[in-house]
Design a protein around this ligand. Structure first.
Ligand code: SF4
Length: 175
């Protein structure tokens, strides 16, 4: 599934198209010489022993990737031929729970269906619409009399808020 849904810059492979080197039913025809992006990619299904077989990407039709930096982001890349696969159970309630568990460190749970991005919050989903390559996803935290309110939003990479966040990440040595 990662050979379909992920972007592979070295091959100019766009997301949601099968890689030219993927032989269906067999795998990568150039595994020993696969690009760096493929070598470095770590599928959460292979690194999280607690995930049941239902989470296997070929079954659930999405690929999960942990991205460090800032509070961290769980990115869920969905096969656009099954755009609602991530909304099924046990997936959606688990995403809400992970979002709740990550509130303290400002972690994001983002679902990518092509260019369309949904941010899963502890209690709801926020549809950000299409997010371009020149935009970043941020979360605004506001303390209110009812407690902390989190609101995700998209902003240009050139926006001072985005630059400040990226500088802060660099200062802490995170990508
Ligand atoms: S080069 Fe191989 S591992 Fe990389 S996306 Fe293509 S088929 Fe998959």
């Amino acid at each position: 599934m990662c050979c379909k849904v992920m972007r592979i810059p070295e091959l100019a492979k766009e997301p949601n198209l099968w890689c030219m080197h993927c032989v269906r039913g067999q795998g990568c025809e150039r595994y020993e010489t696969r690009p760096g992006s493929c070598r470095e990619f770590q599928c959460m299904y292979t690194t999280s022993p607690t995930l049941t077989p239902a989470w296997k990407p070929s079954e659930c039709k999405f690929v999960m990737q942990w991205e460090p930096g800032g509070g961290g982001r769980l990115s869920i890349h969905v096969d656009t031929q099954r755009p609602d696969a991530w909304k099924k159970e046990p997936f959606l309630s688990t995403f809400h729970q992970w979002a709740a568990d990550g509130v303290a460190q400002n972690m994001q749970v983002c679902v990518f269906v092509g260019r369309r991005v949904y941010v899963v919050m502890p209690d709801r989903m926020v549809d950000l619409g299409e997010v371009g390559p020149d935009e970043v996803i941020m979360t605004r935290a506001t303390q209110t009399p009812r407690g902390l309110v989190l609101e995700p939003f998209k902003v240009s990479k050139d926006d001072p808020r985005a630059r400040a966040a990226m500088d802060a990440q660099a200062a802490h040595g995170t990508p």
